[in-house]
Structures are given as structure tokens and as C-alpha cells.
Ligand binder design. Structure first.
Ligand SMILES: C[S@@+](CC[C@H](N)C(=O)[O-])C[C@H]1O[C@@H](n2cnc3c(N)ncnc32)[C@H](O)[C@@H]1O
Length: 248
């Protein structure tokens, strides 16, 4: 039951309430606020390209990496439809291997790093990112907050009955390991209205802000800025998305 295999084909539909345009604007505002010169971007855990494609359209040279070939295939076909050339690589970012250095920006959007469940793997990603960035290069990413994973998603169950997709999403939070296991069961209708059942288990780790800052510092970053929920203010106790910004 690999993560983001069958789910890749319903991901965009189920994320249709996410304001990706606003997300890309916020990323550009961060770049502007930091006065960073950004032309090339490496995007980690790029998924179906919801951030990658709009950034490519804004003339950034962007390469995306994701562990799921299915997610990348969705990104490839969307890019093809829009005549956009993208470099997309299938890779586990825990073993990040990218041979272009001196990058202006490394990005990871929409809680990709929560899927990295071991400290040493996340530190390894941060160290590799540090190595790949140019001097003054900028590293921007967000995570789902500890509060969101432990309390909002926590042990809750969600469900929705849409026209062609119905899903149940049952979560279990392990407060010893700070891991949330998400059991996703979804039913997708074909053109004859016959439903196929699909199941996936996703595992995300809840990190505190301090844990992330310590790991960034261990990897060589300093002066880490932390923002809550698409603002430029420090996160509140109930912020659900925490943004981290740091320079090499
Ligand atoms: C919530 S999706 C975010 C996708 C995209 N960034 C977006 O904004 O829509 C998380 C993504 O992380 C990817 N992912 C999870 N673990 C990964 C790993 N170890 N290496 C690379 N990608 C990973 C998944 O395949 C999935 O595409």
C-alpha cells in the first residue's frame, strides 16, 4: 500500500479547495521580502506540480523531485498540456542526489517534509540542501504544525461523498513517536458509474518548530525565520501551517 500511488489520480480533485495561486504569490512575497535573487529553483516533494507549474509559467527554471512516479506522471501530463518543459525526477528525498549546485532556491511546499519520519533523514535533507544552495541561496518550506497533526487531524475521521469520488480518512496519532497514521479508503467511479475501491496508508511525523530549527542549525543554517499560516507573523498556538525561511 504505497503512498501516493492510486491516490495520485484523485489528489488534484481532492485538493481543489487549495488556493495554489495564493500559495505561489506568498512564496514570491517571501523571495521579495528576503531580497533574494532567484532564477532557478529545486522543488522537493513536488507532487503533481501544483506549485511547480505556476512557477515555471513565471519563468523560473524549476526542477521537481518526488518519490511517487504516479504523482510525477500527473505533473508531466499537466505540463505537456500547457507546453511547459519541466525537469521532474523520481527520487526519495531522504537520499537526495542532485548534481546541479549553486542553486538560488530550494523549496518544499505543502508538508512534504512531514513525510520524512526520522530525524536523521530530515537532517540529511537539510544538509544536502545547504550544500546545493549558492551563498545567500534561500530555503523555503512549510510543514503541517504539531497542533494540526496531533489535534486537528489527530485521531479524527473525515469523509466526503463527491460526484465521482467518495472517501473515508481515518487517522491515528501516536503520541510517543509523534506519528499520525492516515488510513485512506477511496472509491472512484468509472464512466459506467461502477466504483473501484482503493486503499493507502500515509504516515506523517509531527515536528515542533524548535525541533526543525535545531535540525536546520545542525545542517548549517542560521537565522531561521518562522511564519504562521501564510502571514509574516510568528505562528500562533493554533496555526496549522508553519513556514520556515533561511539563507545559506
Ligand atoms: C501533500 S503532497 C504535496 C505535493 C505538492 N508539493 C503540492 O503542493 O501539491 C506530498 C508529496 O510528498 C511526496 N513525498 C513523500 N515522501 C517523499 C520522499 N521520501 N521523497 C520524495 N517525495 C516524497 C509524495 O509523493 C507527495 O507527492
Amino acid at each position: 500500500m504505497d503512498q501516493y500511488r492510486d491516490f495520485a489520480f484523485v489528489y488534484d480533485e481532492l485538493m481543489d479547495d487549495v488556493d495554489y495561486e495564493g500559495w505561489v504569490d506568498y512564496i514570491e512575497k517571501i523571495i521579495e521580502k528576503e531580497n533574494a535573487k532567484v532564477k532557478n529553483i529545486l522543488e522537493l516533494a513536488c507532487g503533481t506540480g501544483n506549485i511547480t507549474i505556476p512557477l515555471a509559467k513565471k519563468n523560473y527554471d524549476i526542477a521537481g523531485i518526488d518519490i511517487s512516479d504516479e504523482m510525477l506522471n500527473v505533473a508531466r501530463s499537466k505540463a505537456e498540456k500547457e507546453n511547459i518543459e519541466l525537469v521532474l525526477l523520481e527520487q526519495d528525498i531522504s537520499e537526495l542526489d542532485f548534481d546541479v549546485t549553486n542553486l538560488d532556491c530550494v523549496l518544499c511546499a505543502c508538508d512534504g517534509f512531514n513525510y520524512i519520519t526520522y530525524d536523521e533523514d530530515l537532517i540529511n535533507i537539510f544538509s544536502k540542501t545547504h550544500e546545493l544552495l549558492k551563498e545567500e541561496g534561500i530555503f523555503i518550506f512549510d510543514i503541517s504544525s504539531f497542533y494540526k497533526l496531533s489535534t486537528v487531524l489527530g485521531d479524527n475521521m473525515y469523509g466526503e461523498n463527491r460526484e465521482n469520488i467518495s472517501y473515508m480518512w481515518q487517522n491515528y496519532f501516536d503520541d510517543e513517536q509523534n506519528l499520525v497514521e492516515m488510513e485512506l479508503t477511496f472509491f472512484v467511479a468509472d464512466e459506467n458509474g461502477k466504483y473501484d475501491k482503493h486503499e493507502e496508508v500515509h504516515l506523517q511525523r509531527a515536528y515542533t518548530e524548535d525541533e526543525i530549527i535545531d535540525m536546520l542549525e545542525e545542517a548549517g543554517f542560521s537565522d531561521v525565520k518562522v511564519y504562521g499560516d501564510f502571514t509574516f507573523d510568528a505562528p500562533e498556538e493554533d496555526s496549522e501551517r508553519i513556514f520556515f525561511v533561511c539563507r545559506k
